[in-house]
Design a binder for this molecule. Structure first.
Ligand code: AHR
Length: 661
């Protein structure tokens, strides 16, 4: 179905904005013939552990390298000693007894002097809040001497003690110990000190510091402020865990979900593939503890009332890196992982993997319906693997909706456009339920491609715009310019809601002090967080997605260039609220007045809501200092149905919600 509105727009009014506007643009919406249902999954979120999005971000653990499994056992740790102190730290590897978490450290204290200890630097420091309670925990065993106690301190940048506690009574076999502390001050860059006051030898592992105040107060939980920002988006789905994370630099580093569930000390820590990906943003201390693993992702999706959408490795490593392939005759374990994942999510309590889920505290199924086969894969190698996965999954789970990929942004990889065409030709035969497309392009591209989906073939798979963000080189900042261009593009997705059933911005999180990739939807440091301008665009579309698409006919819309319209419009019906929702993105730097006409609505004056997102300059952005510089404002306005005029501010997204009865 071609978008009628765009056709009319193109035929009737190819006016250049630079010239005089001859007529007031008119926007006509007929509510008597609602079109496609807007998918409840239309706007979702994509979580990947990039930019310290999990460890050092969403996952609330404050200790970096708690299991000593990083490349260097003491990365993130430092020996601290005062006058007269003598001792050493050894690292052991016990593969026999602890195959999944083999390393531990042994602290040998020959003379505690005035202080012998260990400090952990956290993730660019640790964020503590005044009055906040923190739980220190560790596994330990006393193997020599008479270590009666250790002292735990949380200190600020100057070394002032903000909280302290003692742990006593160590046994000679491995046991778990813990104590709670309350911080006397808010501090963004605190550190953890562990002091040893006796001589002897203490073995330690899984040294952790966790705020008690996590999302829903969960142990091993998530950072509350960050989940809150996600919850406010009301996402329709949660795509996880990546991204290139799924693929790994090589297959040894691929995401293996079975290594990310169960007891946290049984989760196999590996390097994060973004660790050394970008030279200019080199982060040698970036690893994956998997404290936030697949179980927690499913739980997060459930908390957000979002459909879980795991992406699994299909026997292919990142095609920008090693591009390793698993031989076709060795795909069995990969396919089994996919089948087991479905059982883990949905299986009854007495099934093998359903039992594991129940053992983790979730006897009810997670009701998984969507599964991505590979992240950004392309070429016949992918198609061959996709076929094998699809055959095995559909045989056992015919209702599972599979998501196939069209590779990365086609401008990123060799012969991208041709590769994408090849894949689409295959998909018309193979008929995955959904096909995923990615775009990281200039804001101008988004403005020029609002009609991209108008001409797509309708008889094949549904479309998932699975990763997109406007990138304004060279800085790739979350400017209003980028956010506005995405809003214009999103009107095009919405106008084609019969085809585009899912979309999400990428990436989701960026740690201000440890990012690799920019722009990102949500930014944070150790204490604070904020949504970018792009976040508010996503939020407004998500909260105003309505239930049914409506056809929009326009005349007199000024054109800014051959391919760019000044006003980009979509309209939906919200049956639940009894409202027509009109989204207008004015990408001109002048205000534009337009005449709106709604047919099929009751006549007469009515209270409408007008929500506007804009900023004085296209280069404006939100920041930790000014987190609310670009946020929506909402006013009530009386509209005289069925016809009224509305002025759209320069460079703005306007949403009008108007009752139709
Ligand atoms: O979103 C950042 C990265 O971009 C993702 O990991 C990958 O899928 C894409 O190339």
């Amino acid at each position: 179905m071609r978008s009628f509105s765009r056709l009319i727009q193109k035929l009737v009014c190819p006016l250049l904005f630079a010239s005089q506007i001859l007529a007031i643009p008119s926007i006509r919406i007929d509510i008597t013939r609602p079109g496609a249902r807007i998918s409840p999954t239309m706007y979702g979120v994509f979580f990947e552990d990039i930019n310290f999005g999990a460890d050092g971000g969403l996952y609330a653990e404050l200790v970096k390298n708690r299991s000593f499994e990083f490349d260097k056992p003491l990365r993130g740790w430092q020996l601290i000693r005062k006058a007269g102190a003598e001792g050493r730290i050894l690292s052991f590897r016990d593969e026999l007894n602890r195959p999944r978490n083999p390393r531990f450290i042994s602290v040998l204290i020959d003379n505690p002097g005035e202080g012998f200890g260990l400090a952990n630097e956290g993730f660019r420091g640790m964020g503590l809040r005044e009055g906040g309670e923190y739980r220190f925990s560790m596994q330990a065993r006393k193997t020599e001497g008479d270590i009666s106690a250790i002292r735990i301190e949380l200190v600020d940048g100057e070394g002032n003690v903000l909280a302290d506690a003692k742990i006593t009574g160590f046994a000679s076999d491995w046991k778990a110990y813990q104590c709670n502390m309350t911080s006397s001050k808010t501090e963004p860059e605190a550190r953890l000190n562990i002091w040893f006051d006796d001589t002897g030898k203490l073995d330690m592992d899984m040294v952790s510091l966790f705020p008690e105040d996590t999302w829903k107060g969960r142990k091993n939980g998530l950072r509350k402020d960050l989940v809150q920002l996600l919850a406010e988006l009301k996402p329709g789905f949660l795509r996880f865990p990546g991204g290139c994370i799924v693929e790994g630099f090589d297959l040894s580093q691929r995401y293996q979900w079975k290594n990310t569930i169960g007891d946290i000390d049984e989760r196999i820590c590996i390097i994060n593939r973004w660790n050394s990906e970008f030279r200019h943003r080199y982060t040698p201390d970036y690893f994956q503890s998997f404290g936030l693993g697949f179980f927690e992702c499913f739980l997060l999706a459930e908390d957000l009332c979002a459909e879980p959408m795991p992406i699994i490795n299909c026997g292919m490593a990142c095609q920008f890196n090693s591009a390793e392939l698993t031989p076709m005759d060795q795909l069995g374990p990969y396919i089994q992982d996919a089948l087991d994942l479905i059982e883990f999510a949905n299986g009854p309590e007495d099934s093998k993997w359903g039992k594991v889920r129940a053992g983790m505290g979730h006897p009810e199924p997670f009701e998984l319906k969507l599964l991505g086969i590979g992240n950004e894969q392309w070429g016949p190698q992918y198609i061959a693997r996709y076929k094998k996965f699809a055959a095995a999954i559909k045989e056992k789970y015919p209702d599972m909706q599979l998501i196939a990929t069209t590779g990365s942004d086609a401008t990123f990889f060799p012969n991208g456009e041709a590769e994408v065409e090849y894949l689409w030709a295959q998909y018309r035969e193979l008929r995955p339920e959904i096909v995923d497309e990615h775009f990281y392009r200039k804001p101008e591209w988004f403005l020029e491609n609002t009609g991209r989906y108008d001409d797509y073939q309708r008889d094949g798979p549904k479309l998932f715009v699975g990763e997109y963000a406007a990138h304004a080189r060279p800085d790739n900042r979350n400017s209003w310019r980028c956010a506005l261009s995405e809003a214009a593009f999103m009107t095009g997705m919405e106008r084609n809601a019969d085809l585009v059933t899912m979309s999400c911005y990428a990436p989701l999180f960026g740690n201000e002090n440890a990012w690799q990739w920019r722009p990102d939807l949500i930014w944070f440091d150790n204490l604070d967080s904020y949504g970018s301008a792009n976040y508010y665009v996503q939020k407004l579309f998500s909260l105003n997605k309505g239930t049914h698409q409506l056809e929009v006919q326009t005349t007199g819309i000024p054109a800014l260039s051959e391919k760019t319209d000044a006003l980009n419009i979509s309209a939906v019906l919200d049956e639940n609220e009894g409202e027509v929702v009109i989204k207008v993105v004015n990408v001109a730097d002048k205000q534009i007045e337009a005449k709106l006409e709604l047919s099929g609505v009751e006549k007469g004056k009515v209270d409408a809501k007008v929500i506007v997102l804009t900023s004085a300059s296209l280069e404006d952005e939100n920041s930790l200092k000014e987190p609310k510089k670009i946020v929506p404002t909402e006013v009530k306005q009386i509209m005289d149905r069925p016809q009224f005029s509305q002025t759209f501010r320069p460079n703005s997204l306007t949403i009008i919600r108007i009752p139709f009865k």
